[in-house]
Design a protein around this ligand. Structure first.
Ligand code: SME
Length: 166
């Protein structure tokens, strides 16, 4: 796979996701290392969707620990059930937060972050990591993001079953 990402400048975010997804699949298919793949996914999502912050928190024991990401430096550890990420882990569900100031217990890694979406990835019925995306704008995530980022999660879940490092 050539390390050249094709991005769309369309004003329609579904189109931008559609351009990215097959490329993410190709990136993952040709590499079996988990960290390498998560790193490229974070970079591709940042490049293709222009996210403020995008990255992974990996389940390690009773905490989420910061994994590959793109954006400003972030909190390194999040307890089960804490913040948006810990809640998505606990509930095993995608959480969209239109205004982070209205989410009880939101963990502010950056004061610039205004809205957020977090999706859990499941392996053998348990959450193995979460994908977290932050925006500098209020109300920036909706069902379209949940749908397409959910497709990214499916790729990761498939890969996680065979990846060489976890
Ligand atoms: N806001 C998240 C913490 C992670 S950062 O946004 C990168 C939360 O409340 O879980």
């Amino acid at each position: 796979m050539a390390e050249q990402l094709v991005t769309s400048t369309s004003g329609d975010k579904a189109t931008r996701y559609q351009v990215l997804l097959p490329q993410l699949q190709a990136l993952i298919e040709s590499e079996s290392d988990l960290v390498a793949n998560l790193s490229n996914i974070a970079a591709a999502l940042r490049q293709g969707m222009n996210f403020f912050w995008v990255g992974f928190y990996l389940v390690k024991g009773k905490q989420l620990v910061l994994g590959p990401f793109q954006g400003p430096v972030a909190c390194t550890r999040i307890d089960f059930g804490r913040g948006v990420c810990g809640s998505a882990w606990k509930d095993k569900q995608t959480i969209i937060v239109p205004d982070v100031d209205q989410f009880p217990g939101h963990i502010a890694c950056s004061s610039e972050s205004k809205s957020e979406i977090v999706l859990p990835a499941m392996v053998n019925g348990e959450v193995s990591m979460v994908l977290d995306v932050d925006s500098q704008h209020l109300n920036d995530f909706d069902d379209i993001d949940a749908h397409y980022l959910g497709q990214v999660i499916k790729l990761i879940e498939k890969m996680s079953l065979t990846a060489s490092a976890q």
